[in-house]
Write a protein that binds this ligand. Structure first.
Ligand code: PLP
Length: 399
């Protein structure tokens, strides 16, 4: 339709939402469907955080706030970066937005000119390439190793040009769950040190969701020389089970933070005042439930990995973090499903699995890497066990 912006034609609707919708349709039609598509914790928001929001309402904290966050939340974020990441920011280097998603988008809109390149390692969070396109830039995909889901320093170096403006970095990763060790990250920051035109946008959304004593690190912490060209993005959605509250934040150079506030001031203005007060409590109050939730997540991860690896044609590495696994279905390619359809790629695998067994997962090609699929294990353990049993049966019935 000629009325719509050209930029929109370059953008895909979210594949994760598409799968969720398809599963919902089948459910509405009476089918027994287990949805493993959604990327959000199934836990409830902790009570102390809810209480802080209710108090904010009762105290009349219900008006417009400063565009990019109340001072109390910025102070809590400064404290958080110091305490957990060893990063020093002043309050004027902090921005708060309506979810990490808006913060990432603001940064791209505030910096990209036509032709500017943004490096995005595979497998990537579905929104990165489309956000870059909407902001007028060019996504440049950097291919990861297919078994570790990590990029090498050589691949990074080879992708950098004079037009490269950003590397978007995400560890632990959505969709693979892979997280870079300090040494692996240092090897990448060593490359970036040689290219002063490249800034780092690090999406640390899954910082707290790591298992087996994995030690989380972030680029500006590993390489302080990059501090002045790093935007460290984080949020409360995943670690605090607060996806609906919509609070994300970032620390970065003053000039960039100011530019991002300018974008936000002419679009959404401040994030919800009530949610901001809840986020103060999330960051400053007790953190006790994080290890408790992680224990549950780790148990589910181990269950899912083990059951998938006992499925014909599936191979699933053990991810370090997040709440996703990203198994390969390469061993099923060329086989025939009960419907008579020959499985040619991960999209076919996912469609046949949904139609035959009622298990909804997301095809890896949506994240730029296949033949794989993503399972979110942020779902009740019994449902996961049943879903994996069905996957085993589905794979066992392929001819
Ligand atoms: C969930 C998610 C986000 C965005 O979270 P918000 O709810 O917008 O704060 C950002 N990056 C990744 C990789 C995510 O999975």
């Amino acid at each position: 339709m000629g009325f719509l912006a050209d930029a929109l034609a370059r953008v895909q609707p979210s594949a994760t939402i598409a799968v969720t919708n398809k599963a919902r349709e089948l459910k509405a039609a009476g089918r027994d469907v287990i949805g493993l598509g959604a990327g959000e914790p199934d836990f409830d928001t902790p009570d102390n955080i809810k209480a802080a929001a209710i108090k904010a309402i009762n105290d009349g904290k219900t008006k417009y706030t400063a565009v990019d966050g109340i001072p109390e939340l910025k102070a809590a974020i400064v404290e958080k970066f110091k305490r957990e990441n060893g990063l020093t920011y002043e309050t004027n280097q902090i921005t708060v937005g309506t979810g990490g998603k808006q913060v990432l988008y603001n940064a791209l809109v505030a910096t990209l000119n036509p032709g500017d390149e943004v490096l995005i390692p595979t497998p990537y969070w579905v929104s990165y390439p489309d956000m870059v396109l909407l902001a007028g830039g060019e996504p440049v995909i950097v291919e990861a190793d297919k078994s570790t889901f990590k990029i090498t320093p050589e691949a990074l170096d080879a992708s950098i040009t004079s037009r490269t403006k950003w590397l978007i970095f995400n560890s632990p990763s959505n969709p693979s769950g892979a997280a870079y060790t300090k040494a692996e990250l240092k090897a990448l920051t060593d490359v970036l040190k040689k290219h002063p035109q490249v800034w780092i946008m690090t999406d640390d959304m899954y910082e707290h969701l790591v298992y087996d004593d994995f030690e989380f690190t972030t680029p500006a912490q590993v390489e302080p020389a990059l501090h002045d060209r790093t935007l460290t993005v984080n949020g409360v959605s995943k670690a605090y089970a607060m996806t609906g509250w919509r609070i994300g934040y970032a620390g970065g150079p003053v000039e960039l933070i100011k530019a991002m506030a300018k974008v936000q001031s002419q679009s959404t203005s401040n994030p919800s005042s009530i949610a901001q007060w809840a986020a103060v409590e999330a960051l400053s109050g007790t953190q006790d439930f994080i290890p408790k939730n992680n224990e549950v997540f780790k148990g589910r991860r181990d269950l899912v990995v083990s059951m998938l690896n006992q499925s014909n044609g599936i191979s699933c590495p053990v991810p370090e973090g997040a709440f996703y696994v990203f198994p390969s279905c390469a061993g099923t390619i060329g086989k025939t499903a009960p419907s008579g359809k020959v499985i040619e790629n991960d999209a076919d695998f996912v469609t046949e699995l949904l139609e035959t067994e009622g298990v909804a997962v997301v095809p890896g090609s949506a994240f730029g890497l296949g033949p794989n699929f993503r399972i979110s294990y942020a779902t009740a353990t019994e449902a996961l066990e049943e879903a994996c049993t069905r996957i085993q049966r589905f794979c066992g019935n392929l001819k």
